[in-house]
Design a binder for this molecule. Structure first.
Ligand code: NAP
Length: 287
């Protein structure tokens, strides 16, 4: 059986995949040090060494605000890196599964974005991720691009972890209440990616862009309130407007995505965001 290679091994998504694949030796996890996706030679020698049948790209430059300043680096990792991976994957018939973002949309919509909805990112992170999507699609139409949103996990740095820390310290918190999206537990996305790789049928049939996030929608403030509730934290969360919380990078006001294409492909049950959040918090508490 050909190997499944994963990049960005220390990130939250790759760590969730590692948790689920029970240290099967089919999976090879490579950190940035072991495989820098912006390094052409390293990609070539790594793929030559492992001859993988699948490559799941979990590596990315994910600092949304910092990307406004760090444009060259963000573009190298999010734009050029995935394109290089695609160039090398096609040469050895390796199925590329790449993860992208809801931030490719401008956020002006009011109903869930379908996969072919026109993209128009409002920040540089979204722009750099879009260049990665386009680069892959030009080279490898059989590659799978899964856009996800508001990712959190028991691992790494994310909104959930920040809220748990602040909620333990403070009695009140102001959180943006006019940006809408779908929080996504990285473990659910990890399962989807594994399911595709482990199924010959899905591997063959899947190609192009898909949307995957947990079901339902909320605002960051709504998300924060549920976190406080499920974690039993006595912290009152109030809504504030985006204008009252300026950040270097603009965010789309609405980035809920339509998941019908991935549902048609995999027939997967997509957990509601509240159910997924509750599971993740239970795991953090050690239950
Ligand atoms: N987080 C979100 O809210 C969110 C939302 C939508 C989409 N996504 C997408 O989901 C995917 C997974 O995100 P995540 O939250 O798991 O990210 P993450 O926790 O920030 O992990 C990203 C990993 O990529 C590694 N990396 C950075 N540059 C690299 C390079 N040149 N070569 C190889 N590895 C490199 C990082 O290594 P170091 O540890 O050394 O920095 C880090 O371990 C990404 O494609 C991201 O764009 C994320």
């Amino acid at each position: 059986m050909r190997k499944i290679l994963l990049t960005g091994a220390n990130g939250q998504l790759a760590t969730e995949i590692a948790d689920l694949c029970n240290s099967s030796d089919r999976y090879v996890f490579l950190s940035r040090k072991e495989l820098d996706i912006s390094n052409k030679q390293q990609i070539a020698s790594t793929l030559a060494k492992y001859q993988p049948g699948h490559l799941i790209n979990c590596a990315a430059y994910t600092k949304v605000d910092q990307a406004e300043q760090d444009r060259d680096l963000a573009m190298k990792i999010n734009g050029e890196g995935p394109t290089l991976l695609a160039q090398h994957c096609v040469k050895i018939a390796c199925k590329l599964l790449h993860v992208s973002t809801d931030y490719v949309f401008d956020g002006k919509g009011a109903k869930p974005y379908k996969v072919h909805h026109p993209v128009d990112p409002v920040n540089f992170y979204g722009y750099s991720k879009l260049q990665g999507e386009l680069g892959i699609q030009e080279i490898d139409p059989s590659a799978v691009i899964i856009r996800t949103s508001w990712l959190y996990s028991t691992y790494g740095h994310n909104f959930l972890k920040t809220m748990l820390r602040l909620g333990a310290d403070r009695a009140t918190l102001n959180v943006v209440g006019d940006q809408w999206g779908s929080p996504t537990y990285a473990a659910d996305l990890a399962k989807l990616l594994i399911d595709i790789c482990e199924s010959e049928r899905l591997t063959q049939r899947a190609s192009g862009v898909y949307h995957y996030a947990n079901a339902g929608k909320t605002s960051w403030a709504g998300f924060a309130r549920k976190i406080m509730e499920y974690a039993n934290l006595d912290c009152k969360v109030s809504n504030i407007d985006t204008a009252a919380y300026p950040t270097p990078a603009k965010r789309p006001a609405y980035s809920v995505m339509d998941k019908s294409r991935i549902k048609r492909l995999t027939k997967c049950r997509i957990p509601k965001w509240q159910e997924a959040l509750s599971q993740c918090i239970q795991k953090i508490k050690g239950n």
